[in-house]
Design a protein around this ligand. Structure first.
Ligand code: 13P
Ligand code: SF4
Length: 335
């Protein structure tokens, strides 16, 4: 009698392996593969999906990420997850956003040290104080903030939609918190008057216009893409300014011969794993918060159900309104 073998589901799809081999040396990859397999098994057992930000290392991003993207995509997709558990391979504000967009799910973050210098630069009380100083002026809040700060806001924005969100309000003046460089960039691209807070990203504020000039000298013809959290001089010297996903899209679709990605270092690796015919020049500036997330941490989060991220329901309801209002602006544009 013929024996039917049970179908064997490969723990690591072939396409994922090819991507990882592209950017991770063999000795290192050999150490990651057993962990990736274990995480894939644990995800099935627990009923979990891993949301991975573009700044995660390739073994996390390509190896175990189920939903991958920029902070806007992760916020929108978090609200659609049907699995009982969401593991955020990103930073704490992203996990809070997932929790408030999908309060029925258990949201885990593998490390409580995965913070963000922008999120730490402003408190809810400071937003209330700003409102007292500027009565009637709406508050537009970058998603890189705590849920408590979002709850004090009229609407959120990300680097992918900031100008559009500001203009959607139809007012002459807005308060924009907390990133001063993003605020300046928006101010340069709209007629709306922008009153900015003084926060900044410790990763992006290190780039200078001289870095861009040096790339152009070293690599003639290079296309320079910069994240709007970079200082104004960098943005003025760049060819394209956009969110992490806008940069990925540019590389995938335009296929320029050589590009420089002026942003966090791992993103260039993640793009290079996938797009092989574009030379990617990568300034290796690392976000120490994003690097708190490791394969070991994700495995332990799944094994032990930690660290659960919960937002007070009253704060979550107000913060959710600000995030949903932002998402609706994008929907309106798409019709
Ligand atoms: P994106 O919204 O472009 O993904 O950026 C998030 C972030 O933390 C940038 O530093
Ligand atoms: Fe925050 Fe900057 Fe790190 Fe993004 S790169 S998470 S803005 S510190």
């Amino acid at each position: 009698m013929a024996v039917t073998q049970p179908a064997v589901i490969p723990a690591i799809p072939e396409a994922t392996l090819r991507r990882l081999e592209q950017v991770i040396p063999p000795v290192e990859l050999a150490l990651h593969l057993p962990l990736i397999e274990e995480i894939q098994r644990l995800k099935r057992e627990v009923g979990a999906v891993v949301l991975a930000h573009n700044y995660q290392t390739p073994e996390v991003f390509h190896g175990v990420g189920d939903i991958r993207g920029d902070s806007l995509a992760l916020a929108v997709e978090a609200g659609r997850v049907e699995a009982p558990v969401i593991v955020m391979a990103g930073v704490h504000f992203m996990a809070e956003t997932a929790a408030l967009m999908n309060p029925e799910r258990t949201v885990l973050i593998p490390s409580l040290e995965a913070g963000c210098s922008l999120a730490e630069s402003i408190t809810a009380e400071q937003v209330r104080e700003l409102r007292r100083e500027h009565p009637g002026v709406p508050v537009v809040t970058y998603v890189n903030t705590s849920a408590a700060v979002k709850a004090e806001s009229d609407i959120c924005c990300t680097s992918a939609n900031a100008v559009e969100v500001v203009e959607s309000l139809g007012v002459p003046r807005v308060l924009m918190i907390p990133d001063r460089w993003l605020a300046r960039w928006v101010a340069a691209n709209t007629e709306v008057e922008i009153v900015a807070w003084d926060g900044s990203c410790v990763v992006h504020e290190r780039f200078t216009a001289a870095d861009v000039a040096a790339y152009r000298t070293q690599f003639p013809g290079i296309v320079v893409l910069a994240h709007p959290e970079c200082p104004s001089g960098v943005l003025e010297a760049a060819d394209v300014v956009g969110s992490t996903s806008a940069m990925v899209r540019f590389v995938r679709e335009r296929r320029a011969e050589r590009v420089a990605l002026i942003t966090e270092c791992s993103m260039a690796d993640n793009v290079a794993a996938e797009v092989r015919d574009v030379e990617i020049v990568r300034p290796c500036t690392v976000c120490p918060y994003m690097k708190e997330i490791t394969l070991e941490g994700i495995r332990d989060a799944l094994r032990e159900g930690r660290h659960r991220v919960e937002v007070d329901p009253e704060v979550a309801a107000r913060a959710r309104r600000a995030v949903e209002r932002m998402v609706a602006v994008g929907r309106g544009r798409r019709g």
